[in-house]
Design a protein around this ligand. Structure first.
Ligand SMILES: [Zn+2]
Ligand SMILES: [Zn+2]
Ligand SMILES: [Zn+2]
Ligand SMILES: [Zn+2]
Length: 279
């Protein structure tokens, strides 16, 4: 037992009820009994083998031992408890419970009071408008809804000042070869743009753009675009596209980047990047 509880409730009600004579009363009664609020130990909704939460499909052997679809495949369809066949028979009652269950959003403490479908909670968390953003500055533990404000207030005046560029539409940012990113801030918004300087390429660097901050504005999804340019003598390299959003820098994978060969970085080990951000 982990001691962690998940609150689940069913909204479909029971299909068959005892015969009711008074229809008005019946309406009230059905409404009151349509949902049951339960507190369930988290591990009761997890696969016994991989300990991950069950998805929509749950399987069981003829002796009633259960497992998730992936574990049935990994174990070649053999029950890990009794060695009987598993993977053909679904555990419908548990699947029905999972499909009907709702839980609260993990960002409830940030003000999201939505009742979230248990099976779709990951999708909800992905787009939840009350999900926090993690500060990308090394050693800073801030995670919250006002990342732009935080970065400007807490990192804008220290030595870190040099690494923040204020941008309104267009800015020129100097990027040092040894810096993993430059922060681009638009005043008075909570969005923080990062000009990432990836070092995972041979003979050059990859520049890309990421936005840490809300994807929605007044309930409408925004799609900011960028254009960046790097010049070297008579040559100019450029890239443009849609800016990707993320909650945190760790684990972020850019879908596209501008390749800047080592020769562009010069003896000072830096380049000037002209960045435009537009909505
Ligand atoms: Zn499993
Ligand atoms: Zn079994
Ligand atoms: Zn939420
Ligand atoms: Zn910070």
């Amino acid at each position: 037992m982990t001691g962690k509880k998940t609150t689940a409730s069913s909204s479909r009600g029971t299909p068959k009820k005892a015969k009711i004579e008074d229809e008005e009363e019946a309406g009230l009664e059905n409404e009151e009994e349509a949902t049951v609020t339960l507190s369930v130990e988290k591990d009761a909704l997890e696969c016994d083998i991989c300990c991950l939460p069950f998805q929509s499909e749950v399987f069981m052997c003829k002796n009633g031992h259960s497992g998730c679809a992936k574990c049935c495949i990994r174990r070649d369809g053999k029950c890990w408890t009794c060695s009987e066949r598993i993977g053909d028979m679904r555990c419908r009652p548990l699947e029905k419970l999972l499909a009907a269950a709702t839980t609260s959003c993990v960002f409830k403490s940030n003000g999201c009071y939505d009742a979230v479908s248990y099976l779709e909670r990951a999708t909800h968390e992905e787009t939840c408008q009350r999900a926090p953003y993690k500060c990308p500055i090394d050693g800073c533990a801030y995670s919250g809804l006002r990342l732009g404000h935080h970065v400007a207030q807490d990192h804008g005046r220290r030595d870190g000042l040099a690494s923040i560029v204020f941008i309104s539409g267009k800015a020129v940012a100097t990027v040092r070869k040894d810096e993993p990113f430059r922060v681009l801030l638009q005043r008075n918004t909570e969005r923080v743009f990062l000009l990432l300087n990836g070092h995972d390429l041979l003979q050059g660097r990859s520049l890309s753009l990421l936005c840490l901050g809300p994807r929605f504005q007044d309930g409408v999804e925004v799609e900011p675009r960028y254009k960046m340019e790097v010049s070297h003598g008579a040559l100019t390299l450029s890239a443009s596209g849609t800016i990707q959003f993320a909650r945190r820098l760790d684990g972020f994978q850019a879908e596209g980047f501008l390749f800047v060969p080592d020769a562009y970085w010069g003896s000072a080990g830096s380049i000037a990047v002209t960045v435009r951000i537009y909505f």
